[in-house]
Unconditional design. Structure first.
Length: 318
């Protein structure tokens, strides 16, 4: 969904953008914009204008009429044909739905859930949008704007709620090994955590474990929860993790949390509330310093919370 699509009337979308430009550029100093964004793929004045949240909302809204026609027309028809063929073959696996290309940078999506010929909603489907700031694939990829990123992921989550589907952000980042992109990666992680989203990073490249932003990919997270996830977040600077969930009284499978040595070691304290029967740790494989915390349900249901934080040093004796 990253390329213009056949019959997309892409020129209609661009015409809407050009019509919006006078309002977007009003009051933006051209020289200052060029100084902030030298050698940008778009004029510096335009890039600087889109640093303003209201301008950015105006900009992405210009794509939405074209997006609606595409998503509710040819894209929906293609999804119906493919889903019908998958189910006709007897598959019960989850079908993943991606929105149109303009949602990647914050335009509203208009996709609808899959239904069969009788109008019955398919029970196994999930929403997998992409989320990128407009500086992606430019020399400014390490400088995403927090207001734009917030708007993009707010809109993705809004669509996920409307669809009543799990949301997995299928692509984000595209930082391509840059040594300057750790703050950008952390910014995206905050957006993912805010909306309780699953995610897969783009892209996997040679020696990615040495990338400056690898810590943002190799972070603690709730892989499976015995109920409904309420919160998860990782404080990179403090090496502290927190997760909360509403446990189901009828669920027997354990909650499964991925951890590694930066947040789970002899130097860390683990607090589980209520404690129940505690937890066990299973390494992923011998020799690795990463694994899973397995937390059996209490059987009573209700809220539970896991906190992992560095132990406080003992108080000094005067």
């Amino acid at each position: 969904m990253n390329e213009p699509f056949p019959g997309s009337r892409i020129r209609d979308a661009m015409w809407n953008v050009w019509r919006a430009l006078p309002d977007i550029l009003r009051g933006v100093d051209a020289e200052a914009g060029d100084a902030d964004y030298p050698n940008a793929p778009l004029p510096g004045r335009f890039m600087a204008a889109l640093d303003r949240y209201d301008n950015y909302r105006h900009f992405v809204a210009a794509f939405e009429s074209t997006q609606r026609r595409f998503e509710q027309g040819p894209l929906a028809a293609m999804y119906r044909r493919v889903a019908g063929a998958i189910r006709a073959a007897g598959s019960t696996q989850t079908i993943l739905l991606e929105s149109g290309p303009f949602s990647n940078f914050g335009a509203q999506s208009f996709i609808e859930p899959l239904t069969d010929a009788q109008g019955n909603r398919d029970p196994q489907q999930a929403y997998i949008p992409h989320g990128y700031d407009i500086v992606v694939d430019t020399p400014y990829a390490c400088r995403p704007n927090p207001d734009r990123v917030g708007h993009i992921f707010d809109n993705l989550a809004k669509t996920g709620r409307r669809l009543a589907m799990p949301m997995i952000v299928g692509e984000w980042g595209a930082l391509y090994g840059s040594p300057k992109c750790l703050p950008a990666a952390r910014m995206y992680v905050v957006a993912l955590e805010t909306h309780l989203a699953g995610d897969t990073y783009w892209d996997y490249h040679r020696n990615i474990e040495n990338a400056a932003y690898f810590e943002a990919l190799r972070r603690p997270c709730a892989e499976r929860v015995a109920g409904r996830l309420l919160e998860y977040r990782y404080d990179f600077d403090a090496s502290a993790f927190a997760c909360a969930w509403e446990e189901g009284a009828d669920i027997a499978a354990p909650t499964r949390i991925y951890v590694h040595e930066d947040c789970f070691s002899d130097a860390h304290a683990v607090t589980l509330e209520p404690a129940g029967s505690g937890f066990t740790y299973e390494p992923i494989e011998a020799g690795l310093t990463a694994g899973h915390l397995l937390i059996p349900p209490t059987g009573a249901g209700g809220p539970r919370r896991l906190s992992i934080a560095p132990k406080r040093p003992p108080a000094s004796i005067p």
